[in-house]
Design a protein. Sequence first.
Length: 253
Amino acid sequence: MDTACRTLRLPTIRTQAAPAAALAAREQHTYQGFLAELLLAECDDRDERRRARRVHDAGFPRPKRLDDLDYSANTSLNPAVINTLAAGDWIAKGRPLCLIGDSGTGKTHLLIGIGTAAAEAGYRVRYVLASRLVNELAEADNDRALTKVIARYGRVDLLCLDELGYLQLDRRGAELLFQILTEREEKTAIAIASNEPFSGWTKTFTDPRLCAAIVDRLTYDGTIIETGTTSYRLAHTRASGANSSRPSGAKSS
């Protein structure tokens, strides 16, 4: 049986068959019930492996989940809106999501958390830094492989583009990024995180017309969430430092 399960790639049945058979004998299960339990266990484990593989393939830099968000630390975030985004209807409709706010306000946590929820729900997700994507596109253009790379990014259901606005892009870089946005427009979803309000995007995209076109692609029929200007990450660090320096037994006011 072990060899057969390895050949058919049924690892859960291979490991659980013996204890399941012993349990079935003790509790006098039918053959049909015994087989059904094994098959359901295999299906559940296979689904879990698929979810884990999709999350891994998304390329997130670190694990972040929406359940770990501290809404009390950032009152700019609306839990109802975040939960609606986690459901993924906007992804199925190919709509954009923009997360705008200062550093430390939870943009990347939101981006990864939403992307993780989407991957676990069965969507193909890809996370990438904006600067890294532009560099990859420029290299592909030099190697005459740009069409192939754009098509690859066009196939994912949700593209999570982080740190848009941290670096100024030359016209070529902006045009390459625009091609990605055009390829995905109204077909597949994109979520971006930026530390700059839209009014400041001319510092990243120095051509005013191209900047306006990119903003249009990223906002049309989409959702915009402003995460605020107060860094709860810095506040948490300061609070932790204050607590650690407080004498033992002292109480905060």
